[in-house]
Design a protein around this ligand. Structure first.
Ligand code: HEC
Ligand code: HEC
Length: 329
């Protein structure tokens, strides 16, 4: 805070304290208890005979007031209250917070000590661990992925088996700890208007949607040349670069022609913020275990399918994964 503002605050505060004290002192100079000769009134009367008496304030009330003045002066010396004055006790909001955090960490240490010796699978099955993880999720993840973890447009759904960056323990841990940056460059200039329409048509057919056959056929070669670098030759995605699977009905932004065209023309960028520095390893491990309990286990092998039949196959794969999840419980 600048010196000017500090002076301003100090002066206003001083005027207030001194002014109020003087007012109180001046208006109570007649010793309390010392009866005025005859009953002194303010001279106001209502309804003919209702008079307002002017009696001194009770002594206890006055002392209470002077006491509060002394308290406020002591407070303003000890604690930061006057502009940039830090107070002689050196108290800060951050310091207080830090102390409370340290106390909480100390209390939680034995619990985290136990968690640190458990595997992700054991954590996922541990009621205490998952209770802590659910709170962490609500505080640090829900604002983007939703309180039910089903995501929103631009924020991936964490409850399905469709992983943009991989669903193994290591991959999910790395996603949460170090963050991820999904970056697709725009292709409008490279492809030209016709090329864009062809590629959009072919991409639609990947997920079994309707598209003009001649356009789609022309788009296939372009897709193999450009898009496959990140989405795979079969369009099923590449988790190393975060290229999403384009052959299922799970979309980050939307699978209609408009949304696909938008992605091709403008590219798509998004970021999962790294959590390791803020949360520490133990909490990131808990969140990893939690996220892994949300999604059905990864199917052992991707069913080989031609693009057109992929929607049905994906449904089957999910159903199988669901059964596997039930069996595992
Ligand atoms: C500021 C918003 C934001 C917050 C907060 C956030 N995420 Fe994310 N998360 C994203 C975005 C965006 C992506 C997709 C990144 C991309 O486009 O590549 C993502 C991706 C992920 C993925 C990868 C999903 C996949 O399919 O591979 C996981 C797992 C994940 N987040 C878990 C978490 C957890 C756990 C937390 C809480 C600690 C969290 N996220 C907090 C925005 C967020
Ligand atoms: C350099 C790698 C790269 C190339 C090349 C690339 N993409 Fe992408 N694409 C990505 C990434 C990464 C994302 C996810 C962006 C994010 O996380 O927000 C993505 C997202 C998309 C999406 C949105 C998917 C959804 O679920 O909503 C579509 C559609 C898409 N790409 C189509 C294409 C097409 C068609 C081409 C070829 C013209 C192409 N991409 C070329 C990396 C690439």
């Amino acid at each position: 805070m600048s010196t000017g503002w500090t002076l301003f605050i100090v002066i206003i505060t001083a005027i207030n304290v001194v002014g109020a004290t003087w007012l109180m002192w001046a208006s109570s100079r007649r010793a309390p208890g010392e009866k005025a000769p005859g009953a002194e009134t303010t001279g106001h009367t209502w309804d003919g005979d209702l008079a307002e008496y002017n009696n001194p304030l009770p002594r206890w009330w006055l002392w209470l007031f002077y006491g509060s003045v002394v308290f406020s002066l002591a407070y303003l010396v000890l604690f930061p209250g006057l502009g940039s004055w830090k107070g002689t006790l050196g108290w800060t909001q951050e310091g207080q917070w830090q102390k409370e955090v340290e106390a909480a960490e100390l209390a939680a240490a034995p619990m985290f000590e136990r968690f640190s010796r458990m595997s992700f699978a054991e954590l996922g099955a541990d009621a205490d661990a998952m209770r802590v993880a659910r709170n962490l999720y609500a505080n640090h993840c829900a604002m983007c992925h939703g309180s039910d973890a089903r995501g929103a447009i631009g924020f991936p759904n964490l409850t399905n088996a469709d992983w943009q960056w991989g669903g193994t323990e290591d991959a999910v841990y790395a996603t949460i700890a170090y963050g991820r940056i999904g970056a697709m460059p725009p292709w409008g200039e490279v492809l030209g208007p016709d090329g864009v329409e062809e590629v959009v048509a072919y991409t639609l057919t990947l997920s079994g949607q309707q598209a003009p056959a001649d356009l789609a056929a022309a788009g296939e070669a372009r897709f193999q040349m450009i898009c496959s670098a990140c989405h795979g030759l079969d369009g099923k995605g590449m988790q190393v670069v975060g290229g999403p699977n384009l052959t299922d009905d799970v979309w980050i932004y939307g699978g209609g022609a408009d949304m696909i065209r938008y992605a091709v023309l403008n590219g798509r960028q998004n970021q999962m913020p790294a959590q390791l520095d803020a949360l520490g390893e133990q909490r990131v491990r808990l969140l990893t275990a939690y996220v892994l309990t949300l999604a059905p286990p990864q199917p052992a092998a991707e069913p080989a399918a031609s693009p057109v039949e992929s929607t049905a196959d994906e449904g089957e794969a999910e159903a199988t994964a669901g059964v596997a999840a039930d069996a595992a419980e």
